[in-house]
Design a binder for this molecule. Structure first.
Ligand code: NAP
Length: 488
């Protein structure tokens, strides 16, 4: 299926070279990386393929720009972010279409991500002028203690395909605000949104060399020398725990500052006193936002035995009514999964659960012959040993498991190496507080199916990583504390 005229126009407007020191360039090896529409499996664009030399050139540019950028007035840095926020907002329709073409989610959801992504720039435009230190008198009165905040220095950002723009802006926003320069490497399957963003940043007035973008098909070979380069001062990664762990090992050599936003296995707890309407609505958000391809996606529905049947039946009814199709079509609520491997993994996990005795309430199969579609699926009677209770499904599959009391619910929720987010549905305050305090996660949605918010600290514990993005905490990841002792 060929792209429509408007789709071609939107794709054609994106510069597809590497961005190094403000200039567009091809990869030194001359190669290109194909970009595929997951709704059809067809290639519709290509981008430059960087070699290790190109990666080094991008870091050279970031290092060269660092001192000048750190010396730029905070207000000026903030205003560049503010202008970028406005440009993204003005162009939201085209950016959303571009994102849907490369990633698959429905255009309405892409628009939601564009707004979310832009908000990080608005938030950090306001934070840039609030960076401050402390002045105090030493306890014995003999000296003065001055504490100042300074930019960490050149950063490397590696981002995933599931939120191709927002996972970038929540790193770029605070780095720009703090006065850091950067090299950004978007996921190979969704490079266009980041390249479009780089163009916007340049139009907004970001000086050359502050933001460099490298797209590559030889990711490990191009990234590892940068991580081991003594000029790099910070690595921020969003992606799988498996890759994150490898990057932490590499970053040990230079003792880099590191932030890791990794995988999740979110429990969604429904207690017997929950408002079931709210719980089902929250479940739809927590499960189906981004088609289930979110680190925050509810992965395990832990439901009290008394309400499990009613909850499962209502969730199956809502999930089964969702329209599946290409994300550009009117009324589509669920797009394709990002690629064949992701779809096959979802099918495999469902097959494993069913093979061990789970009941398919709705869905449980691929949809159509072309593209990577999988039907919204609810499974009940899922046995404890089903793999999908331990692994990230990253697709539209909701396994329901029952519990009998609060202690058991908390134990089941914490029975995972991950700890990004949990969702809790109850109307009792005492129960809510007791459960929330005992959950081993970085975030909790209390009677809420979405927690992401640029003004809040996003991040996990355990194998979901460390560091926080967004909120007042977000900029701290890009600031060093320097203490000066003054004798009097
Ligand atoms: P991934 O395979 O880990 O890839 C993420 C990024 O890492 C991509 O840019 C990828 O590049 C790059 N990468 C892969 N191998 C690398 C290596 N050896 N060295 C350096 N970089 C490397 O993860 P994904 O499948 O794209 O994303 C899904 C995962 O991200 C899920 O686990 C999800 O939970 C997690 N996630 C977490 C958060 C959070 O905030 N906690 C948010 C969103 C997603 P290529 O594309 O070129 O391979």
């Amino acid at each position: 299926m060929a792209l429509s005229g408007r789709e071609q126009e939107v794709v054609g407007a994106v510069p597809t070279g590497l961005v190094v020191g403000g200039a567009q360039r091809e990869g030194a090896g001359g190669g290109r990386i194909d970009v595929e529409d997951p709704a059809t499996g067809e290639v519709f664009a290509s981008v430059a393929d960087a070699t290790a030399d190109d990666g080094r050139a991008a870091l050279d540019a970031a290092v060269a720009a660092q001192a000048g950028w750190a010396a730029t007035a905070p207000r000026e840095r903030g205003e560049i972010l503010r202008r970028a926020f406005e440009l993204i907002t003005e162009r939201a329709d085209n950016l959303a279409l571009l994102m849907t073409l490369e990633m698959g989610k429905p255009v309405a959801e892409s628009k939601g991500e564009i707004a979310y992504a832009a908000e990080f720039f608005r938030w950090f435009s306001e934070e840039s002028v609030r960076i401050s230190g402390r002045w105090s008198v030493a306890p014995n009165g003999a000296s003065r203690l001055l504490t100042m905040k300074q930019p960490v220095g050149p950063c490397l950002f590696i981002t995933p395909w599931n939120f191709p723009m927002a996972m970038g802006t929540r790193k770029i926003g605070p780095a720009v605000a703090a006065g850091c320069t950067m090299v950004v490497k978007p996921a190979s399957s969704t490079p266009l949104s980041m390249l479009a963003l780089a163009q916007i940043m340049s139009e907004a007035g970001l000086p050359d060399g502050v933001l460099n973008v490298v797209t590559t098909s030889t990711t490990g070979e191009v990234m590892e020398p940068l991580i081991r380069d003594p000029r790099l001062r910070k690595l921020s990664f969003t992606g799988s725990t498996e890759v994150g762990r490898r990057l932490v090992e590499q970053s040990a050599e230079q003792l880099l500052r590191v932030s890791m936003e990794l995988g999740g296995n979110a429990p969604f707890l429904v207690f017997p006193d929950a408002d079931l309407d709210k719980a089902v609505e929250g479940a739809m958000q927590a499960k189906m936002r981004n088609g289930g391809e979110a680190c925050t996606a509810a992965n395990r529905f832990l439901v009290h035995r008394e309400v499990a049947e009613a909850f499962s039946a209502r969730l199956a009814q809502r999930m089964g009514a969702m329209k599946v199709g290409r994300g550009t079509e009117d009324g589509v609520q669920v797009g394709p999964l990002v690629d064949a491997a992701t779809r096959d993994k979802v099918a495999d996990l469902v097959g494993d659960a069913v093979g061990r005795g789970a009941t398919v309430r709705v869905g449980g199969e691929q949809v159509g012959e072309r593209g990577y579609f999988y039907a919204p699926t609810v499974l009940s009677d899922v046995p404890d040993d089903a793999r999908l209770l331990a692994e990230e499904v990253f697709g539209p599959v909701a396994p329901v498991v029952t519990f009998d009391d609060d202690d058991q619910a908390v134990a089941m929720a914490n029975d995972t190496e991950f700890g990004l987010v949990a969702y809790v549905f109850t109307q009792r305050l005492d129960r809510a507080l007791s459960v929330v305090e005992r959950l081993e996660t970085g975030m909790v949605g209390l009677n809420a199916g979405i927690v992401s918010n640029p003004a809040a600290p996003f991040g996990g514990v355990k194998h979901s990583g460390f560091g926080r993005e967004g909120g007042a905490e977000g900029i701290e990841e890009y600031l060093e504390t320097k203490y000066v002792g003054l004798s009097t």
